[in-house]
Design a protein around this ligand. Structure first.
Ligand code: HEC
Ligand code: HEC
Ligand code: HEC
Ligand code: HEC
Length: 411
């Protein structure tokens, strides 16, 4: 290879410890299998000369500028900004389009007949440009910030506290506690009131104004509250109830804590509500074939004793965790993509100040497998639609740090 008198080194990249992230994520930066380059060959644009960059500009003007702009800042939906992107990443992606490891008809056509040398230079050219300005998170384009579902649930449940207790622990005999219950059970029962399948006009009225999203948030809110026994009186013989509860344990759990969302936990529930529920099944005012058959054989004393037994057991929190906020998710992304998406490894994509629509497209493509990457497939699986929108808006709003090529003296 011809030696140039002067060599450029991208400063922002050399200043940061690239080796640390390489050691942590060895396969995060592996070349796609179909891209057959010699190991390390993807780093060629890192060592580009001013001449290379000038020649790369001519390639860009001829073959790329129509879509990506000669300044590397796209004005087209779905077309990414390239200005200031990391050099080895750009080269690897161009090779990926060329060999079909990443599929996009426009891009494959654009790079099909370009030599590796031309790809190295055009990558270096776009790397050397000033990146796009961030899209303010308040701009309609950046989407709305994801509201905290637990806070939203608490707000929507404000009107429920009077009967069900401030944090779902009942203080009123006859009112069920809503803690210690699986959120899926809570959701099903609220929807059953709403649809009239579970008959209670009062509950139907309270829930009728709430959307499905509200109900989801409410269920999550109560599921995350600290469980405690209902602060209501218990009548009946708990010991006799315990002896009779053998028939219930298979579904409601040995200690009244169910391991299935379909069967409600009973531990710590208000005793009077338990009595009413069992009588309801028995008399048919509450419909459930399984429970109707079981309650049919219970007399009034047995119902009271079983209720006393379950009311005195300690409830336990269901197995749910608070979903991660966008900020918490971004901490994970930053581990590979750098602080605020400013990758310090030249082989990793910078995602700061990227177009919000492009970021959303790409994250969905990883999720469906349309774009393949072992690292990103795993990361994207756990993301909800609103996570994707939130993360795209988050990174689009971050300031992008440019890659500065510094001229080294000739050796
Ligand atoms: C006809 C329009 C068009 C032309 C011409 C074009 N591109 Fe693209 N480019 C796109 C679109 C659209 C995408 C996004 C495709 C996708 O989602 O995979 C893209 C994606 C890319 C990517 C991936 C960016 C990333 O962040 O992963 C790179 C790199 C790229 N183009 C470089 C180039 C270069 C260099 C040229 C010229 C040789 C070029 N493109 C020509 C439309 C074009
Ligand atoms: C005026 C008192 C009152 C208010 C206010 C109230 N509820 Fe209820 N709630 C009840 C009663 C009584 C029952 C038991 C009804 C039955 O027998 O099916 C109940 C039952 C429920 C259940 C079923 C519990 C179980 O174990 O199956 C859920 C879930 C529930 N309410 C949620 C809510 C939510 C959410 C709100 C606020 C939007 C609310 N309730 C407001 C009195 C109330
Ligand atoms: C085959 C499984 C099964 C068995 C056995 C069973 N249950 Fe149930 N139980 C359920 C299901 C499912 C529900 C929810 C039904 C509904 O949606 O109304 C339920 C609901 C209840 C409720 C209402 C809880 C609430 O929060 O509203 C009570 C009380 C109850 N069961 C008590 C008992 C008792 C006492 C026994 C033993 C005598 C028993 N169950 C045995 C499956 C079972
Ligand atoms: C283990 C390291 C790692 C983590 C963690 C990670 N990524 Fe990535 N990411 C990668 C790699 C490697 C690529 C390039 C994959 C390829 O070639 O398609 C990539 C590509 C991307 C791209 C495409 C960039 C472009 O310009 O086309 C986006 C967007 C992205 N990641 C966003 C995220 C977000 C958001 C998170 C957090 C939820 C995240 N990443 C977490 C390693 C990671």
């Amino acid at each position: 290879m011809k030696r140039f008198a002067r060599t450029l080194l991208p400063m922002a990249l050399t200043l940061v410890s690239a080796t640390a992230s390489l050691a942590l994520f060895p396969d995060a930066v592996a070349q796609p299998a179909a891209v057959k380059l010699n190991p390390g060959a993807e780093l060629q644009p890192v060592y580009a000369t001013p001449q290379d960059v000038a020649e790369g500009k001519r390639v860009a003007e001829k073959s790329c500028a129509g879509c990506h702009g000669v300044n590397g800042i796209s004005t087209t939906k779905g077309t990414p900004h390239l200005a200031g992107q990391r050099p080895a990443y750009l080269f690897l992606e161009l090779k990926a389009y060329q060999v079909g490891a990443r599929s996009d008809a426009a891009m494959t056509a654009a790079v099909k007949f370009l030599s590796d040398d031309a790809l190295v230079k055009v990558a270096a050219y776009y790397t050397s440009l000033d990146p796009a300005q961030p899209t303010p998170a308040t701009s309609p384009k950046a989407g709305v910030a994801k509201p905290d579902p637990v806070q939203a649930g608490k707000a929507a449940a404000a009107g429920c506290a009077g009967c069900h207790g401030e944090s779902g622990v009942s203080k009123t005999p006859g009112m069920p506690s809503l803690v210690g219950l699986d959120p899926k059970y809570l959701l099903v029962s609220m929807k059953a009131y709403k649809s009239g399948q579970r008959k209670n006009d009062m509950m139907k009225t309270f829930l009728s104004a709430l959307s499905d999203a509200d109900l989801n948030n409410i269920a999550l809110y109560y599921a995350l509250q600290k469980p405690a026994r209902a602060q209501t009186p218990v009548e009946g013989d708990a010991a006799a109830g315990k002896a009779a509860a053998g028939a219930c344990a298979g579904c409601h759990g040995e200690q009244g804590v169910s391991s299935s969302a379909a069967n409600p936990s009973l531990a710590g529930q208000d005793a009077q509500y338990l009595v009413a529920a069992l009588q309801g099944y028995k008399e048919g005012s509450r419909s459930d074939e399984t429970m109707k058959a079981l309650a049919a054989s219970l007399d009034e004393a047995a119902i009271r004793n079983l209720s006393a037994y379950y009311a005195k057991l300690e409830p336990r929190a269901p197995n749910v965790r608070k979903p991660m906020s966008i900020a918490e998710l971004a901490v994970r992304c930053d581990r590979c993509h750098g602080v605020d998406g400013n990758a310090s490894d030249p082989r990793l994509a910078a995602i700061s100040a990227q177009r919000v629509d492009y970021l959303e497209n790409v994250l969905r493509a990883y999720q469906t497998g349309a774009r393949k990457s072992s690292a990103m497939s795993a990361m994207s699986q756990a993301l909800s639609d609103s996570d994707i929108e939130g993360l795209a808006a988050h990174y689009a709003s971050k300031k992008a740090r440019s890659v500065i090529y510094i001229t080294l003296p000739a050796k």
